[in-house]
Design a protein. Structure first.
Length: 235
């Protein structure tokens, strides 16, 4: 979806009338992403959801310093990205933002009440059960110079492998977690993607294929290209 604009905090919107449009969606993203546009920062999950929902959006780019200043802290108490603004509503936490989008637009949650509840369960499972050891791996890498890290790293990898074994068994040869693609898959694929550089995902071919299926969705590609365009410009 090409109908969005990237602009820096405090700069003028692309078109002044956009300010007057009801319910314009604005999200925040890193002004400079540490990953240089690999799509690992969490604005990518929100962009992807908005693309799946066919919703135009604007992106306000924020610096690390601006994220800790009062204007941004009023939107995000922890001084992070992404945030989501729509009319009077301001949200933070990627899972909550994706759920909000999925609830209001067709295509990201099943209509059947029980299937919908199961999809929400899997959204929580992605961020509460599968993501924590994956995040721990990132932290362990950042703290690679610590003496105890040599002993810690295998333990972290074991915890990840344990979760991937369980997820792989559950998924089997299904395309998606529970029937058709949903916000649950969007969240789970996004979480698993962070393992790409480690090679651990390839130990489970069905999970590697699952992630590749997610990445090949046109909405994912549009979201990825949009964030890459920001950081490619800034290199
Ligand atoms: N639980 C929150 C959510 O899901 O929205 C977590 C949000 C969060 O971690 N935001 C990060 C942030 O703002 C960016 S996404 N960090 C700055 C800070 O805390 O000061 C995490 C992230 C950052 C960078 C990469 N990368 O470079 O690969 C990947 C993921």
């Amino acid at each position: 979806m090409k109908r969005h604009f990237e602009y820096l905090a405090n700069s003028r919107p692309f078109h002044p009338n956009l300010r007057n449009l009801a319910m314009t969606i604005t999200i925040t993203a890193f002004e400079r992403s540490p990953d240089g546009g690999k799509g690992l920062a969490r604005d990518m999950r929100v962009r992807w959801a908005l693309e799946e929902a066919g919703q135009p959006y604007e992106v306000r780019l924020v610096s690390f310093r601006a994220m800790k200043e009062p204007a941004h802290l009023a939107l995000h108490p922890f001084g992070q990205i992404p945030t989501y603004e729509e009319g009077d509503l301001a949200l933070f936490e990627t899972g909550a933002i994706v759920f909000h989008i999925a609830e209001r637009h067709a295509g990201l949650l099943p209509v059947d009440a029980n299937a919908r509840a199961r999809a929400v369960t899997w959204m929580f499972a992605a961020v509460n059960t599968v993501e924590p050891p994956i995040l721990e791996l990132g932290t362990a890498r950042l703290e690679g110079d610590k003496l105890w890290n040599k002993e810690r790293l295998p333990l972290v990898k074991e915890r990840i492998r344990n979760r991937l074994d369980q997820l792989s068994t559950y998924l089997g040869d299904a395309d998606w977690l529970d029937g058709a693609f949903s916000a649950a898959d969007l969240m789970m694929v996004s979480v698993l993607l962070r393992l790409n550089p480690s090679g651990i995902l390839d130990e489970h071919p069905n999970l590697a294929a699952y992630v590749a299926r997610g990445e090949s969705r046109p909405a994912y590609k549009r979201a990825f290209d949009a964030q890459l365009a920001v950081y490619a410009r800034k290199r």
